[in-house]
Write a protein of this length. Structure first.
Length: 184
């Protein structure tokens, strides 16, 4: 693979779902966010970055149901493909629109391992923000796991700020942390 990746981002289609599910969703991390809740003297919640004794490889669980649910016109499903004669799918983004509270919840930002660190996720996020603006949403929120330190770093590097957590949020009972950003 060359140093520069030429890619295009387009609306996702039903025919893209099987390729999305086959992308490399795994990530590696040497750090996690540890959540400690203490309510002896009122409520105190501490989020602390912890170094792991060894690198943790985690397989992110893709959801066909979530992808299919994003096919409706009031939801955002983006696909990134290489720009060549035989396009290869290299990433996708799924964002749920909540028009009542006027925010978009980014549930998936996936870039296949060989194509990471080429600003593909950043570009998909910018297009999702434009989609949200066109749909009269006022903010974006991203959900990720406390053990997805690369995802947390991506949120912070993209100027999203921590805005909350939910214990046992994911089907495997992992803790979710949420980051938000107003739409400009």
């Amino acid at each position: 693979m060359s140093a520069t990746v030429n890619f295009v981002i387009r609306d996702g289609l039903a025919g893209d779902i099987s390729e999305c599910l086959q992308l490399d969703h795994s990530y590696e991390t040497g750090r996690v966010w540890q959540v400690q809740i203490n309510h002896e003297e009122g409520w105190r919640i501490d989020l602390k970055e912890e170094r792991l004794p060894r690198e943790l490889v985690t397989e992110y669980r893709a959801s066909e149901e979530r992808l299919r649910g994003a096919l409706t016109p009031d939801q955002c499903f983006l696909v990134a493909t290489t720009r060549d004669d035989n396009p290869e799918q290299i990433g996708y983004l799924v964002m749920r629109s909540n028009p009542q509270y006027r925010y978009g919840l980014v549930q998936d930002i996936i870039v296949s391992r060989p194509y990471r660190r080429h600003h593909i996720a950043t570009r998909m996020l910018k297009i999702a923000a434009q989609w949200a603006k066109e749909h009269q949403l006022t903010s974006l929120m991203i959900e990720t796991q406390t053990k997805n330190y690369p995802g947390i770093c991506f949120c912070e590097a993209s100027s999203f700020v921590f805005c909350g957590f939910n214990d046992h949020y994911f089907p495997n009972r992992d803790i979710a942390v949420f980051f938000s950003q107003p739409i400009r």
